[in-house]
Ligand binder design. Sequence first.
Ligand SMILES: *[C@@H]1O[C@H](CO)[C@@H](O)[C@H](O)[C@H]1NC(C)=O
Ligand SMILES: *[C@@H]1O[C@H](CO)[C@@H](O)[C@H](O)[C@H]1NC(C)=O
Ligand SMILES: *[C@@H]1O[C@H](CO)[C@@H](O)[C@H](O)[C@H]1NC(C)=O
Length: 235
Amino acid sequence: MKVQLILMCIFFSFHCVHCDECTKLDISITQKVEHEGFHRNILWLIESTHTPEQKWFQSDCKFSIKQDIPNGMFVNPDEIADLNRTGELISYIDGIVDVEAPAHESQEHIIYVFLNQSDIERASITLPVHMRYQRSQITGGYGKVLLRKPSLLMLCSESSKRACVRGLKVEAPCDETAHKVCIWKNFSYQALFDEVELYVPVGDLDDYPLVSIVTLLLGCTGCIYILSVLSTTPL
Ligand SMILES: *[C@@H]1O[C@H](CO)[C@@H](O)[C@H](O)[C@H]1NC(C)=O
Ligand SMILES: *[C@@H]1O[C@H](CO)[C@@H](O)[C@H](O)[C@H]1NC(C)=O
Ligand SMILES: *[C@@H]1O[C@H](CO)[C@@H](O)[C@H](O)[C@H]1NC(C)=O
């Protein structure tokens, strides 16, 4: 009996320490992709479904969005660096970005966008991206690029009151300087959108020689015609 009581006390004290420590957060993300063609904007609206408790804002927890950029598109490092400098998009690009390369010669990269605590109540983020030229095909038409859903990562220091989260651990840069790697938690958010496929026009580059020969021939024919008309017209 005594032992049972002691065990129960231990259990409840642990339990209460635990429930006092973490703040419940429910976060939803809405995603939209703006524009057609080669220059797009990915828009994210991040919202808490209820106002977080006050103690959340006293914590040192922070969030970041990790977006995989598939080889069919890229973020332009110069453009992102400008937004980073002005504070509009605090971010870090992981990977080497060749802005000239076509899709089939390119590698994926990752962009991390860093948020702060107040951002988690409601924030909208705009990420400019660019589609890459696809390998040309005889048929032309459209190429498809799958944009995977972003991951929402959370980082709290050991001592702080953290959000209740059971996500898996993810290694990612601690901040935009990426001097250190931290162990973040993969926060499961409510995605109010589906994974999207973006369509890119595919150039008929293989037809290029044919097109230029035809154009040249048409041009010559035109010239000859005009010359012949001119030379036969009585002056
Ligand atoms: C958090 O970000 C918002 C804009 O995204 C900014 O206005 C605010 O100053 C930031 N707060 C802190 C503490 O950095
Ligand atoms: C953003 O600025 C920090 C320094 O303030 C820099 O270390 C980081 O590389 C920059 N990120 C990008 C994407 O340019
Ligand atoms: C985080 O979890 C989601 C859903 O389980 C998963 O799709 C995503 O790949 C994870 N992200 C990372 C960086 O592990």
